[in-house]
Design a protein around this ligand. Structure first.
Ligand code: C2E
Ligand code: CA
Ligand code: CA
Length: 581
């Protein structure tokens, strides 16, 4: 008989029970209870009355109601109370059933264990059991559970809770749509590095607080690690999701104050919708990530919505990446040379080497299609070395010893080997170092390290000339010109394009030319396409120009022919316009 197995034999165990009773009565919150065959509660101990905060007399009536007093939950299906009732109805034992009860107006948790008692005829004689108040334990468990699922610094949900919630939300997303926002702070590393980790932590806490303030209680804000956050918003409306993202961006952009210090930080957001864009956590996270990446490349501090076309772009890039690796090995690159014209003499003063990729299927690709990927993958270092060697070797064989300009990627400047490589190439090709000009962009100066500065100085001392390329784009600070003795500044073609239309561009060009003169730098105007631009540049006293007006970038052999041709280019006279040509 099943029931008999769990039952306590009354006579045999009376002594043991007495012992246990003493034990329990002495421990803080455990107590024993007993009923008769009619389930009426027998007089309870003082201990229980204390724990329950009600008089001993109030414990009269039928078990379990008489014992529990006011409970916090009804005996609805699946509840602990219902399980208890069922066990009692069957007169079967029960173990560690946790019931939320109300003690003096406060919610507490009681755990009950009970066994049926059988008399000597094997008939049910009542229940005998133990109860304990496990509220403290429960709270501790809750605390532990909370900590396991929340970020200890910001108290936002952590990866564990985020991922649970996202899985759940995906399972339900056909019924209830959601939006997933992935957020990444802009320039957080700089804050951390310059103001210290304590301030960095304070920023994260404050940022979390602002994010929390932008979402509703049934949405979930999480910190996924570092300066990455995510929000799950219950909504089917794209506009609403974007609005939340914008609100977060706008709030976080407001300055923070820490110990009298003003800290400003931005955040970028990627947004994706479920089920519209996908219905699994993996897909949604990938989508939001792609959108976030786009937000970052679109200038940060903005929100971008996922678009399937983003996948295609990534796919396309991946294919290109693999092809680029093969191209390096297969030697599919060629150099074209664009002549640089001396505006005082009309003679070719040099050429800029510009790379092209002879793609087996897609034909001749311009650098805009692959340099960025070569930089991302680090292949630019290898490609850059090839360009340098090829250009120097070609220039060494030119009929006229004009200069050769080679573009250097910022990544190449971070290579410790760079100076050694350049010197070795000059040596092995026999090119006069004074004929080599290395073009670097402003961003090199922006996040320069001691090492890049040292490299520039070593090259300078080796007799190689250094030019600042694309001047005027990006950060365009004249202070770079003071930090390093550049031999040349190349004014970006965006300034040349509007020459004659935009007054401001003229004054910027004049300022650069004036400064360059004082600092002994040559100025080259890029992208000169018509006579009017050339005439204006000549009138401003600009030294050199490069552009389609004179020559497009030319294949190596064509450039040598052009260079061999005697005589200067005819330059427009000052003040003439393109129409008057
Ligand atoms: P960049 O250094 O500013 O090179 C000048 C670009 O302007 C070239 O484009 C050239 O074809 C174009 N250009 C010249 N004159 C005109 C003009 O009158 N009008 C217009 N609209 N454009 C003109 P390209 O060859 O497509 O090169 C683009 C960029 O790719 C270069 O800009 C440079 O940043 C990069 N690049 C090219 N070759 C190399 C290389 O060997 N290594 C590295 N790291 N970057 C390279
Ligand atoms: Ca250049
Ligand atoms: Ca340029």
């Amino acid at each position: 008989n099943e029931r008999a197995i769990g039952a306590i034999r009354l006579e045999e165990n009376a002594a043991v029970i007495k012992l246990l009773l003493r034990d329990f009565e002495e421990s803080a919150s455990d107590w024993l209870w007993e009923t008769n065959a009619e389930l009426e509660l027998l007089p309870v101990s003082l201990r229980l009355a204390q724990v329950a905060r009600r008089p001993v007399e109030s414990f009269s009536g039928v078990f379990p109601a008489a014992l529990l007093g006011e409970t916090m939950e009804s005996a609805r299906p699946g509840s602990a109370l219902e399980r208890l009732h069922r066990a009692i109805a069957e007169r079967s034992p029960f173990r560690d059933v946790v019931i939320p009860v109300l003690v003096a107006g406060e919610e507490r948790f009681w755990s009950l264990t009970g066994k049926p008692i059988l008399d000597k005829h094997g008939r049910f004689a009542g229940y005998h059991g133990v109860g304990s108040d496990i509220t403290g334990q429960r709270r501790q468990q809750e605390q532990i559970a909370f900590l396991a699922r929340h970020d200890s610094l910001t108290r936002l949900a952590n990866r564990v809770l985020f991922s649970e919630t996202l899985h759940q939300a995906c399972d339900d997303c056909e019924a209830t749509g959601i939006a997933l926002l992935c957020l990444d702070l802009d320039n957080f590393k700089t804050v951390n590095d310059t103001l210290g980790h304590a301030t960095g932590d304070a920023v994260l806490v404050a940022v979390a607080e602002r994010i929390r303030g932008c979402v509703r209680e049934f949405d979930l804000a999480a910190r996924l690690g570092g300066d990455e956050f995510a929000v799950i918003i219950v909504t089917e409306e794209i506009d609403e999701a974007l609005q939340v993202a914008k609100r977060i961006i706008e709030r976080i952009a407001r300055p923070f104050h820490f110990d009298g210090q003003l800290v400003q930080i931005g955040v970028s957001a990627g947004v994706t919708m479920a089920p519209g864009d996908g219905n699994t956590p993996a897909i949604l996270l990938k989508n939001a990530d792609l959108a976030l990446y786009r937000a970052k490349t679109d200038g940060r501090g903005v929100a971008r919505l996922y678009d399937p076309e983003m996948d295609e772009r990534v796919q396309g890039r991946r294919i290109l990446q693999a092809a680029l690796r093969r191209a390096v090995a297969a030697g599919e690159f060629v150099l074209h040379y664009q002549p640089v014209i001396d505006l005082t003499t009309g003679l070719i003063s040099g050429a800029e080497a510009l790379i092209r990729w002879q793609h087996p299927e897609r034909g001749l690709l311009p650098p805009g299609e692959f340099i960025a990927i070569a930089e991302e993958t680090g292949l630019i270092v290898e490609i850059g070395e090839w360009v340098l060697r090829e250009a120097c070797a070609a220039a060494a064989a030119w009929p006229v010893p004009v200069s050769i300009a080679v573009n250097l990627s910022p990544l190449q400047l971070r290579e410790p080997q760079l100076v050694a490589t350049v010197l070795e190439v000059l040596q092995s090709t026999g090119l006069d170092p004074a004929r080599l000009e290395l073009e670097i962009v402003e961003s090199v100066m922006l996040d320069h390290t001691e090492q890049t500065e040292e490299a520039l100085w070593s090259l300078h001392e080796g007799g190689v000339r250094i030019a600042l390329d694309d001047f005027g784009t990006g950060y365009s600070s004249l202070s770079y010109l003071r930090r390093f003795p550049f031999d040349k500044v190349k004014i970006d073609r965006s300034f040349i394009r509007d020459l004659g239309y935009e007054k401001d561009d003229s004054s910027i060009i004049l300022a650069i030319i004036g400064l360059a003169e004082r600092m002994n730098m040559v100025v080259t105007a890029e992208g000169v396409e018509n006579n009017e631009q050339a005439a204006l540049l000549i009138s401003y006293g600009c030294g050199q120009a490069q552009g389609f007006l004179f020559h497009r970038p030319l294949p190596a052999d064509v450039f040598v022919q052009v260079l061999s041709r005697p005589g200067p280019h005819s330059l427009p006279a000052q003040g003439t316009s393109a129409a008057a040509e």
